[in-house]
Design a protein around this ligand. Structure first.
Ligand code: NIG
Ligand code: FE
Length: 405
């Protein structure tokens, strides 16, 4: 018989229903296997369920939230780019460095040179850091291999993280991240190659979604369309790095393909936001990249709110534009830099983060959802946005199992 585990005497921020934070005082969660089967006020727990409980955990009034979802990362790569950071501090721009062959391309060189075991070991350490702050679902993009073999290696490393760690990993194929040196001056040929590798990677079970970098220093809308057509032919959902440094109309294009999400979006137009709303596309905002590139153009939070576009937040962990490994810091920055409310920000790393990955089985605390949740050394969920630079996460349950701490 599957164990029925009760977690009681908690302040639950369920993020479900219409009450602020979906707050339940003196709440309880009942988990059977990897699922929540009952969530409510402790006093309301039905007697028939009570009699079947096999384990009980008293949380002593601690705050509980859904497990955190980091829905946009580039976690698998070789090397680092601290020297480029110094160059930028002295006045070089991210675009200048990319055009001069640095940027993404320098990480591609280091990634190709690294063994699969090294890629795994370094990515595993990064994943463990994110997990220590309560991340239970993690998206990982390829995009630093840029050959069929190297993209496959990076995606396989990402998959392996998901099997070896108590964590859900969703993989995204981002072959269209940059034009590699061997295709210099031939971006259309490179896009053809990216599309031709896709079926093989898909057959190996390495792709959950397909992404592209639509930007002046990335790929044009027409090239992005080719990648999306290839994804569509395989039945794969798409996402897009859109409107990060300029307005390319990428969000509207992605919305045409029913994209799960458009990410970055500092230069999103009002019509882009409307197209996203109509398509049910999630806006993934990345305050780490905004901060680290010292951008000044804010994503249009008001337009997203007014259009009812769901907003997610992610770490965008990568060695060039966002080398941080703290999703909690992203919550804080989304409030301080983007003026999101604490509740919007926390929804951004739970329910809306899940939605940006096409996952509806997580992100809230409710019966039928996966038993992914975090116990915090905090009194109120607004403190998740308030404290920064330390980790108040005390216990994490992923798929019904408490992680060893
Ligand atoms: O999401 N914008 C493109 N991709 C990454 C940065 C990649 C890099 O600089 O290595 C991003 O910010
Ligand atoms: Fe990114």
């Amino acid at each position: 018989m599957t164990d029925l585990t009760l977690w009681r005497h908690a302040r639950l921020a369920t993020l479900s229903g219409h009450a602020p934070w979906g707050l339940i005082e003196d709440g309880a969660l009942l988990a059977k296997g990897d699922q929540l089967v009952w969530v409510g006020a402790d006093a309301d727990l039905p007697a028939d369920l009570q009699s079947q409980i096999t384990n009980t955990n008293d949380l002593g009034g601690a705050l509980v939230t859904p497990g955190l979802v980091d829905c946009h990362t580039h976690l698998v790569y070789g090397g680092q780019r601290a020297a480029e950071f110094e160059m930028r501090l002295q006045g070089a721009s991210y675009e200048d460095i990319a055009r001069a062959g640095g940027g993404i391309r320098s990480t591609v060189t280091a990634t190709r040179a690294a063994s699969e075991d090294t890629l795994f070991a370094t990515a595993r350490k990064r994943a463990l850091t994110l997990m220590a702050e309560g991340v239970t679902t993690l998206e990982i993009k390829s995009g630093y291999g840029l050959t069929q073999r190297d993209e496959a290696r990076c995606l396989a490393v990402a998959r392996r993280l998901g099997t070896e760690l108590p964590l859900t990993v969703r993989t995204t194929y981002l072959g269209a991240h940059a034009v590699p040196l061997e295709f210099q001056g031939r971006p259309d040929d490179y896009i053809d190659a990216v599309c031709s590798w896709m079926p093989g990677l898909h057959v190996r079970g390495l792709i959950d979604a397909v992404d592209a970098f639509c930007e002046t220093i990335g790929f044009s809308p027409a090239q992005t369309r080719c990648v999306f057509d290839a994804a569509k032919a395989l039945g794969l959902p798409v996402k897009l790095h859109a409107e990060q440094l300029s307005d390319q109309g990428g969000a509207a294009l992605a919305a045409e393909y029913g994209a799960l999400s458009c990410d970055h979006l500092e230069y999103l137009s009002d019509s882009g936001a409307q197209a996203m709303r109509a398509a049910g596309t999630v806006a993934v905002l990345l305050p780490g990249a905004y901060y680290f590139l010292r951008e000044t153009r804010l994503p249009p939070i008001t337009a997203l709110r007014d259009n009812g576009v769901p907003i997610a937040l992610a770490s965008d962990h990568n060695p060039g534009s966002s080398p941080g490994l703290s999703l909690l810091l992203m919550i804080n920055m989304a409030c301080t830099l983007f003026r999101m409310t604490p509740e919007e920000a926390v929804r951004g790393v739970t329910v809306n983060g899940a939605r940006a990955l096409g996952l509806t089985d997580r992100g809230t605390l409710a019966a039928g959802q996966r038993a992914d949740f975090c116990v915090w050394d905090l009194e109120h969920p607004n403190e998740l946005a308030y404290w920064f630079g330390h980790n108040p996460c005390r216990r994490v349950v992923a798929a019904g199992k408490e992680r060893a701490s």
